[in-house]
Design a protein around this ligand. Sequence first.
Ligand SMILES: Nc1ncnc2c1ncn2[C@@H]1O[C@H](COP(=O)(O)OP(=O)(O)OP(=O)(O)O)[C@@H](O)[C@H]1O
Length: 336
Amino acid sequence: MAAIQVDGLTKRFGETVAVDDLSFTVEDGELFGLLGPNGAGKSTLINMLVTLLGPSEGTATVDGHDIVDDTAAVRNSIGIVFQEQALDEELTGAENLAFHSRLYGQSAGEREERIDEILDLVGLDDERDDPVGTYSGGMKRRLEIGRGLLHEPAVLFLDEPTSGLDPRTRRDSWEYIRRLNEEAGVSVVLTTHYIEEAEQICDRVAVVDDGEIAAIDSPGALTESIGGDVVSLELDGSTATLRDRLAAQSWVSEFSTADGGLRVTVDHGRQRIADLVRLADDAGVPVTAVDVREPNLETAFLSLTGATMAEREADEADSAASDDGEAVVGAAGGDR
Ligand SMILES: Nc1ncnc2c1ncn2[C@@H]1O[C@H](COP(=O)(O)OP(=O)(O)OP(=O)(O)O)[C@@H](O)[C@H]1O
């Protein structure tokens, strides 16, 4: 049985279509990533799957249970770690877990055994009796992830699990997430706007943009699907003639317009810079800057959506600011 089966799931907030007719499957035992910029619709999708938000249209099952008709069974089958931290800082690590174990109705014997297992799994054995207020950001996140596993869920949802952590702690957290996926045998669905996170730990990634899934595959296959390096040309003038000329070159895989220029996908991008500059000159549009990116998930996102993650987040910040009538700064994007 699939861990998650999503069929035509849609969520509207007034005019905004936050999640637009999504269908996909997460296999049992998979570490599945939803990668997209802030505002892409990842949290809305997760909130529907964990039964906190009702869909506008469509259906989904989690561990075989319907997210609308069978909410209690879905909730018993899942663990959730939200973006915002929710630990009692005055209690110790073990006490925080014990509190939740009681909420789930575990017996005293079961509780003790499970807490030991979890603290071992997330590497907090030595700090079990320290108040959580003394933990580092990474340790707190590990404890929250452990807490999500307390009742042995079939599926663990992690919403931006490493957001706000420093890069080193983020890497350490990846180890733990991978380990618990393997050792606890739990299917994991995580959202992230960190390309590297999706690339490093996910078995498969859904690239989410503007409420839709642009592609789903393994990070390696998504990267390979680009078929070359992406050369960004900043151009001073109309690109119409140059586009015609690019279309006629056998060595150009594809190209798209971008703010102030063109993005061209070619093999061996660096060796093609001179050819591209010459084509642009011949077309009467001087190149003012060149950037070459080798294939990775970042260029896959660019190739699939026509924009970088950063550009998408800036768009979202702009529209949030115009909605609020406020300045763009702090409206969206970046770590929280
Ligand atoms: N309760 C709501 N009411 C109105 N609009 C909403 C609501 N929740 C989300 N949206 C809008 O839906 C879209 C998707 O938001 P969502 O939070 O799901 O994106 P996200 O990819 O999870 O980003 P983030 O990581 O910032 O949460 C955005 O345009 C957002 O403004």
